[in-house]
Design a protein. Sequence first.
Length: 169
Amino acid sequence: MPFDPDTLSILALVAVGLATIACVGVLLITRRQAKMRRSYTVLQGRGQGREDFIQAVQRHVEQVGELRTELAEVARHGSETRIQLSGAVQHVGVVRYDAFPDMGGRLSFSAALLDERGDGVVLSSINGRSETRTYAKPIRGGASEHNLSDEERSAIAQALGGKPSKVLR
């Protein structure tokens, strides 16, 4: 059975169209494959002496493990340091005053030296015309079992962060 020339022309055009679509499809797939190969090459670390993706991840996992170990050590040292510093002098309060009415220059003083618990000592130096006397009284929790002068109480309050009271002299 002979084919009609118009039918053959239409079939030829359809075949050319399908071939063109197939060629465009092959080109698109080839470009996508080339892009994937470049990405894969980067993951493999080929070229320029790079490590592959798996090696890089393993190296980073090891580094994170080392950092965690170092962080734990720093935390341990921080805790030890906090414990050691809890007994160190951290709070200081000083009150200067004139102990005697005929003395000027506020040469007498009371100084509180306390740790974080309010434990420590209050030192007082009373300056007179012919002599100077110095006293030390232990402080526990911001208080003392010894009688404290107004100036000593004021120095302790100042050291503990309270407002220092005005000295009356």
